[in-house]
Design a protein around this ligand. Structure first.
Ligand code: ADP
Length: 355
């Protein structure tokens, strides 16, 4: 199978010795929307810039549509990059800004105008075509940056925190537009963000990074339900992490670990020693699923937000954990600060990982 983008053991060490990225492996199919997610400084932008060709790679290979572009200059790669600050030319019109990439390619005027008109229409920008770029709102500038990236018809669009400068409500609107546009065009998007909701809401797959290393590559839902590493379990969602020692394999493909709270069964490989339990997987009171844990505790705080109840529960050893319930359930309704509870968890929603 030919992928749109392949990173093979890609690494980057800056001249000052900073190892920004190491052993980055990724295969992206045509039309996929992939997000790089992680805290500031984890290597997201460096990786994106290496794909664009703005940054040399120091290890590995980058392939686009099967062609090794590791040492190809940016303008010869079939990629376009959209920057957080849009990088528009303020005194040029919208049309001139969008046409810029085609001018660089010395495209004949008629063909150029045709392409620019099409993209102006697609992004609802036709009425602004002759306005100077510095006379536009943040959302409009964002759309022009997008138009400028798309008009050169790249195989891959690279977006570096493109929504970072927008306020929250505009962000949501542009997010939706971006997703629809990507679906319509079928172009591969690689998107960098430190905002979880953006990565999880927009992309088909998320690459979670920390300290220059890929922690996990999966569909957004799986990051919640099956975190692969302690970093992901702490970074995504709201999980209780219980460390223990490896235990035996159980029936039904389950594994067990031994913890200070007793044995905990879950889904994971041999030798796993740590249980990850999503806050919304706890249930109040046991339902006697085989292998289900029973954690006795005391409610220390309760807050209702819409139909979700957020509980703080102090366990027998004094540790406090977060539990989410649906407030409609009779067990949750009757609880208040000081109530004794027993927390159960179906082993199928527990993930066992290596520390
Ligand atoms: P992110 O995009 O996830 O915030 P970056 O890719 O910008 O992270 O940076 C990754 C690491 O590389 C950080 O430690 C950063 O300080 C370092 N870094 C980035 N650019 C340079 C540079 N030009 N020279 C040296 N170190 C750099």
């Amino acid at each position: 199978m030919q992928y749109d983008l392949e990173l093979v053991s890609v690494g980057k060490t800056y001249p000052d010795g900073t190892v920004a990225v190491s052993d980055f492996d990724l295969k992206v199919e045509k039309g996929e929307f992939v997000a790089f997610l992680g805290p500031s400084g984890c290597g997201k932008s460096t990786t994106l810039r290496m794909i664009a060709g703005f940054e040399d790679i120091t290890n590995g290979e980058i392939l686009i549509k099967g062609r090794n572009v590791s040492h190809t200059p940016p303008e010869k790669r079939p990629t376009s990059m959209i920057f957080q600050n849009y990088a528009l030319f303020p005194h040029m019109t919208v049309r001139q800004n969008i046409a810029f990439g085609l001018d660089v390619k010395k495209m004949p005027r008629a063909e150029k105008n045709n392409k620019v008109d099409r993209i102006l229409e697609m992004l609802n920008l036709t009425e602004f075509a002759d306005r100077k770029a510095d006379r536009l709102s943040g959302g409009q500038k964002q759309r022009i940056a997008l138009a400028r990236g798309l008009v050169v018809e790249p195989e891959i669009l690279l977006l570096d925190e493109p929504l970072g400068a927008l306020d929250a409500s505009l962000r949501r609107i542009i997010q939706n537009e971006l997703k629809l546009l990507q679906r319509d065009l079928g172009i591969t998007f690689v998107f960098v963000t430190h905002a979880q909701s953006e990565a999880l809401g927009l992309s088909d797959r998320v690459v979670v990074m920390s300290n220059g290393v890929v922690e996990q590559i999966s569909a957004p839902k799986e990051l919640y339900t099956r975190p692969a590493t302690p970093f992901v379990a702490e970074f995504i969602g709201s999980n209780t992490i219980i460390r223990g020692k490896p235990g035996p394999a159980l029936d039904g493909g389950l594994q067990q670990i031994e913890t200070p709270y007793g044995p905990i069964a879950g889904v994971g490989g041999t030798g796993a020693d740590t249980a990850v339990i999503p806050a919304e997987s706890f249930r109040l009171g046991l339902r006697h699923t085989p292998g289900e844990i029973a954690l006795p505790g005391t409610v220390t705080a309760k807050q209702l937000v819409g139909s979700i109840g957020f509980l703080r529960v102090r366990l027998s050893d004094g540790r406090e954990i977060d539990v989410e319930t649906h407030s409609g359930s009779p067990e949750a309704e009757s609880l208040s600060s000081g109530s004794a509870v027993t927390l159960g968890v179906d082993p199928a929603s527990v993930t066992l990982i290596h520390q």
